[in-house]
Design a protein around this ligand. Structure first.
Ligand code: HEC
Length: 158
């Protein structure tokens, strides 16, 4: 069981920073040991596959296929080498904008988009697997969808 799965649900856009302060930093050691994905003989767990699908529905137009980056937005395969889960979550929920003299780039806020937020941990698992070099490009082979995932999706999507 991955400790942070579902953690976003207790956060709301306005309360995010307070909530993060209450949760406190995740110990680095725990993050090192616990991988958010399982890949066995080239077959990924359902959640990681779900992340692949959601990524290519919601994020790839800006961030490029397979997390490799595009002309609009950075390569998340690179970002996740250093970006911790909490900060990933923060950017996805609230978005981010940088306006400069020559550059203007905008990451939209997805905090109220269930098609993203219900699967944000799947997105993280997929992108982390890509950034760790554990998963190649393209559509991965997947494990069947477990009952637990069905229940989770139903509960979240309503
Ligand atoms: C409309 C284009 C667009 C879409 C769609 C989009 N992003 Fe972004 N994203 C950006 C831009 C532009 C940035 C860089 C923002 C900045 O300069 O601070 C960014 C930054 C990020 C970052 C921070 C990267 C870093 O290196 O700090 C993360 C994480 C991220 N996006 C995740 C996602 C995820 C996950 C999705 C899909 C649910 C998504 N984005 C969809 C445009 C987009």
């Amino acid at each position: 069981m991955v400790p942070y799965r579902g953690q976003w649900k207790i956060l709301s856009v306005g309360l995010l920073s307070i909530a993060l302060a209450l949760i406190g930093p995740t110990p680095a050691a725990a993050q090192d040991e616990e991988k958010p994905y399982v890949i066995k003989d080239g077959v990924v767990d359902w959640y990681t596959f779900s992340g692949f699908r959601r990524y290519h529905a919601e994020c790839h137009v800006c961030h490029g296929p397979d997390g490799l980056g595009g002309s609009f937005a950075p390569a998340l395969v690179e970002s996740l080498k250093t970006l911790p889960y909490d900060e990933f979550l923060e950017v996805v929920v609230n978005g981010r904008e940088q306006v400069g003299a020559s550059v203007q780039s905008k990451m939209p806020a997805f905090g109220e988009n269930l098609n993203v937020m219900c699967f944000v941990d799947d997105l993280y698992a997929y992108l982390k697997a890509r950034s760790d070099g554990a998963l190649g490009r393209g559509r991965p082979k997947k494990q069947p969808k477990p009952q637990e995932a069905r229940e989770r999706d139903d509960a979240c999507m309503g």
